[in-house]
Ligand binder design. Sequence first.
Ligand SMILES: Cc1cc2nc3c(=O)[nH]c(=O)nc-3n(C[C@H](O)[C@H](O)[C@H](O)COP(=O)(O)OP(=O)(O)OC[C@H]3O[C@@H](n4cnc5c(N)ncnc54)[C@H](O)[C@@H]3O)c2cc1C
Length: 289
Amino acid sequence: MQYFEPKSIDEALSLLTKHGAEAKVIAGGTDVMVDIKYKEEPACLINIKKLPGLSGIQENGGSLRVGPLATIRELETNAILRAKLPVLWEASHQFASLQVRNTATIGGNICRASPSGETLAPLLVLEASAKCAFAEGERKQPFLSFFEGPGKSVLGAKGLLTEIDVPYPPAGSKGVYLKHAVRGAMDIAMVGVAVLMTPDAGKSNIQDVRIGLGAVAPTPVRAPKTETLLRGKPLTAALLKEAGALAATEASPIDDQRSSAENRRWIVEALTRRGLEQTWKAATGKEIA
Ligand SMILES: Cc1cc2nc3c(=O)[nH]c(=O)nc-3n(C[C@H](O)[C@H](O)[C@H](O)COP(=O)(O)OP(=O)(O)OC[C@H]3O[C@@H](n4cnc5c(N)ncnc54)[C@H](O)[C@@H]3O)c2cc1C
């Protein structure tokens, strides 16, 4: 296996152009090293860990700029992220063990493009976007259209994720990320649900709501029919029940070693209801009518 430590993004991109699908980028290595041990060894490994400009978390006007090399632990311990993007903070907090969080990067979690990747459903509801670099140039890509299937994204074999831009949600919004896994944070999510709710000025109705579902489709997905059902209405017990049932129909889970598809649908229903209830109470200060 050939091993490279490029000194610049341009050098990394020309290595990717030269070696294409034979090459594997490595950041924290918590996925890549497991693959090398149990699946297959790439012909060429490109270590981006020391590339300048890909680290850190900084405010950038109305959004947070997160470097793809920021570790999950850096997300978890960042006070601004915790205060302004609690839905993403919760995902980092419920992510594996401290040892894994210290090593795993957000960029690796995104580029792995696993439907169960913890940070993905939160990034969808936050309507965050990626900066993707290719030898031909750079482009900004909303995460809503970034994922193409399990392990597949618009980056393909020759692209590099160089920045994550997360806009702050509207004032008064409340968000939550709920993970269901057999061994809690230590386990990969069986289902993950992210909810972001914005109440209207009088805190009487849902002005906007975004629901992200993880581990229940080939990519993380939003639940647009459920969001439409809820917008402009107060959250009543009947509406909550209807919304949970509808969200379950927007998932297309599979049977695997972690759960049956039927069980996953049931969990989507339960977590969506719980997420809506929690965000409604936090955003309006009201109980469900
Ligand atoms: C014990 C254990 C527990 C885990 N628990 C969880 C969990 O609870 N939740 C969860 O979501 N995941 C979990 N994971 C999976 C893994 O830790 C995460 O997906 C992690 O975020 C990957 O980050 P990394 O930096 O280690 O990525 P790497 O292994 O370095 O890379 C992952 C993939 O991303 C690509 N890549 C990385 N950075 C870039 C970039 N900037 N541009 C282009 N491609 C890039 C690599 O080529 C590779 O395909 C767990 C893994 C282990 C081993």
